[in-house]
Design a protein. Structure first.
Length: 298
């Protein structure tokens, strides 16, 4: 715990942990960091700065609940704690832009999280979240969503309302399909669906034209269909550790592709059209049943 002594400065910039020994004029504290402090609850001192506090870091403690919230907060970071739920009072965080609640025991989001309309980044990976409430799809300013290693079996039907999403990571869930509304995600550039339960490439993917990075490794795909060739902007594609027997000729449509990972599948041959991927710098086809490679690769 730091002892802060200020005499002339009116604003504290940086990550500071205050104690009770302030002297001089009242300080304007905008950032507090209580990470790795062995805390079991949010320190009461935090609420002395609720009018000015914009960033609060509570990483890696043993906090079980959020007693109340601070309306001025723009960033709340409380990963690696013992939260089992988010309070409905989170709705009053109307200025919140970044929320990190990863590595907790949170099972669901309250419906009224829709009131946090300024949210742009949510990191909620490694939580037993089984579904997202409809209110979640009203976070229309969301640009990044990380929900890896959870229990999701499906996404809300109107998930496509999140039209500003650029990064969506849903690795290690139980997803089998994607909602058709996702064709509206025209700004999506990175999509991670690795370690799910897809048996085929979701049709809606071919409509996400600006997609640059796609992970679908560790699923149950049997075919890499021609529709993948409609993703002209795709740079990175990982479909390793599936059951793929066939790669369609139209993969040549992925004219921007630089990395193609096909390791650990059931391929007996590759299409000659792979030779048309002029920007390809990495091609991994180990652990398949190939006996020859197409001459076009040379």
């Amino acid at each position: 715990v730091c002892c802060l002594e200020m005499t002339t400065k009116r604003k504290i910039i940086g990550r500071l942990v205050p104690c009770r020994c302030f002297r001089g004029e009242e300080e304007i504290v905008s950032v507090l960091d209580y990470s790795h402090c062995g805390l079991q609850q949010v320190p009461k001192e935090v609420f002395n700065f609720e009018r000015t506090l914009e960033e609060l870091y509570l990483d890696a403690n043993q906090i079980e609940e959020l007693p109340k919230v601070i309306a001025a907060l723009r960033k709340l970071s409380i990963p690696d704690n013992d939260l089992s739920s988010l309070p409905t009072t989170i709705a009053s965080l109307v200025n919140l832009r970044e929320l990190d609640i990863s590595k907790n025991g949170i099972q669901d989001f309250p419906e009224n999280i829709k009131c946090c309309k300024c949210l742009t980044i949510i990191e909620a990976s490694v939580n037993p979240v089984s579904k997202l409430p409809d209110g979640f799809t009203q976070l229309l300013n969301l640009t990044q969503l990380y929900l890896n290693d959870a229990f999701l079996e499906f996404l809300p039907a109107n998930f496509g309302r999140l039209v500003k999403l650029r990064i969506l990571e849903l690795r290690e869930n139980h997803l089998k399909t994607l909602p058709k509304s996702m064709h509206k995600l025209t700004q999506l550039e990175r999509l991670d669906l690795g370690n799910n339960e897809f048996s085929e490439l979701p049709e809606v993917l071919e409509q996400i034209q600006n997609l640059k990075e796609l992970w679908m490794d560790n699923n149950s795909l049997q075919v890499l269909p021609g529709s993948i060739g409609k993703l002209k902007q795709l740079v990175y594609l990982d479909v390793s550790k599936n059951r793929i027997e066939t790669v369609d000729l139209d993969i040549s449509g992925c004219e921007g592709l630089e990395d193609l990972l096909l390791s650990s599948n059931m391929l007996q041959q590759l299409p000659d059209s792979i030779g048309l991927l002029k920007r390809l710098t990495t091609l991994k086809v180990d652990d398949n049943q190939l006996t020859i490679l197409p001459n076009a690769i040379g």
